[in-house]
Ligand binder design. Structure first.
Ligand code: PLP
Length: 424
């Protein structure tokens, strides 16, 4: 029954029922955590052969370099070759770094704030830099901007990616709008993959800033849940064809492919941007962990190896996403109290409840021992203007825990949202 259209008695009955269930669930003293998109131990186990992939006496690279030593700032040739194919580019246009793409993003933007970017007019911090942030989005992208003093402008996501009419208008006349965050495939948290038209529009749109940058965080490039892969146009090629070769900075990592804390991260871009980035990071390090890069090359072998490995991840996590979907549909389907995404890949399910209810729902869950990502986390400055978005991260907990956590979450949504209907 659509409760938003039902009479007060029906809403009251559902509210009382949900409140009763919540009361019982609180009595169970649960302690469950659905907050962060981390791989489960079972997923991490899939890559444990990494730990034996390089043995004593096997630490020379293909060109004879002793990889235990300093140097090789751009990464080892065999890793640049493999991950260039992974990100759809050529080895000269990729830097393979340490274990975190997030830290590469931080490096790009903090250096841009201090020293500027190719094609630009000096440090961004002297120009009142602003960034476009599609919402809901990845909290750590927003945290980077907040920390660096880059003003964030929100733009709504659509099923095709960010609302491009708004983006075009924002970048057209204001030279202080320096860039946009994009998670183009299986977006965090709402799961969309950008359409070809969106990619084309991002590449071709005129921007007042001569050093406008697209931070193309392809964190979920091969993270299909079902039949996949969703197809995504090549942003670097599109930018180059449009006469903006330096516009796109593409990022990726193996964090959710191998060991999240001991993977390999990469940045791909134009020759100018690659040179600029290497010049900048040379002050912060002599070279990345090349032995770990070698481990990854030996472990995956080639792109087919990567895809076969990701199938094993999907086999583990797809049933968890199915359990989330089943609970949402069973308890909230047709109720009008919430809508949610059914992603084909990535790490999250995004739930929108009635306006003004998300923080109360999350507080009710916390009372019952279930931790959910704080309301507002998917918005700049932690403020969801409608207080409606809830991000669910189903990969880490076991399936039985997910089922219990979803019983709590859906009962809390029913309780809080029906209360809102009764109050208005
Ligand atoms: N980018 C996105 C969109 C993510 O969701 C995450 C992790 O959740 C990261 C980057 C972090 O990547 P890394 O581990 O390579 O720093």
């Amino acid at each position: 029954m659509d409760l938003t259209k039902a009479d007060a008695d029906a809403v009251k009955a559902r509210h009382n029922d949900a409140a009763g269930r919540m009361e019982k669930l609180r009595g169970r003293n649960l302690s469950l955590d659905m907050t962060r998109g981390k791989p489960s131990p079972e997923q991490l186990n899939l890559s444990d052969d990494l730990l034996i992939a390089v043995q004593p006496g096997e630490t020379d690279g293909e060109d004879g370099t002793d990889l235990r030593n300093y140097g090789g700032l751009a990464g080892i040739p065999e890793a640049r070759r493999l991950f260039a194919e992974f990100l759809g580019t050529v080895p000269e246009r990729i830097i393979v770094g340490g274990n975190s793409s997030l830290s590469m993003m931080w490096d790009v933007l903090s250096n841009a704030m201090s020293f500027g970017m190719p094609d630009g007019e000096g440090p961004w911090r002297d120009q009142g830099a602003k960034f476009i942030c599609p919402v809901p989005g990845y909290d750590r992208h927003f945290a980077i901007c907040e920390r660096l003093g880059i003003e964030m402008i929100t733009v709504e996501m659509t099923p095709d990616g960010p609302d491009m009419d708004t983006v075009r208008a924002l970048v057209a006349d204001d030279a202080s709008v320096k860039g946009i965050w994009c998670v183009p495939k299986y977006s965090n948290p709402s799961g969309e993959t950008y359409s070809d038209e969106t990619v084309q529009a991002l590449a071709t749109m005129p921007t007042a800033a001569s050093d406008f940058r697209i931070m193309w965080d392809n964190a979920y490039a091969v993270h299909h849940l079902g039949d996949g892969p969703a197809s995504l146009s090549d942003i670097m090629k599109a930018c180059e064809a449009a006469g903006h070769p330096n516009r796109a900075i593409v990022l990726g990592s193996t964090s959710k492919m191998t060991h999240a804390g001991a993977g390999v991260a990469m940045l791909a871009s134009s020759p100018d941007n690659i040179k600029d980035h290497l010049d900048k990071i040379a002050y912060a390090m002599i070279g990345p962990d090349k032995v770990n890069q070698l481990r990854h090359v030996r472990f995956f072998k080639n792109m087919d190896g990567i895809l076969a490995h990701m199938k094993k991840h999907a086999e583990i996590i797809a049933p968890k996403f199915a359990a989330v979907e089943e609970a949402l549909e069973k308890n909230l389907g047709g109720s009008g109290l919430a809508t949610w995404t059914k992603p084909d890949g990535g790490y999250f399910v995004s739930v929108d409840v009635l306006d003004g209810c998300a923080s109360k729902v999350i507080a009710r869950c916390a009372d019952a021992g279930v931790k959910i990502t704080p309301a507002g986390a998917t918005y700049p400055y932690g403020k969801d203007p409608f207080d409606k978005n809830i991000r669910i991260a189903p990969t880490l907990p076991g399936i039985d825990e997910i089922k219990v956590a979803m019983t709590v979450l859906t009962a809390a949504i029913e309780e809080v949202c029906t209360q809102k209907l009764l109050d208005t």
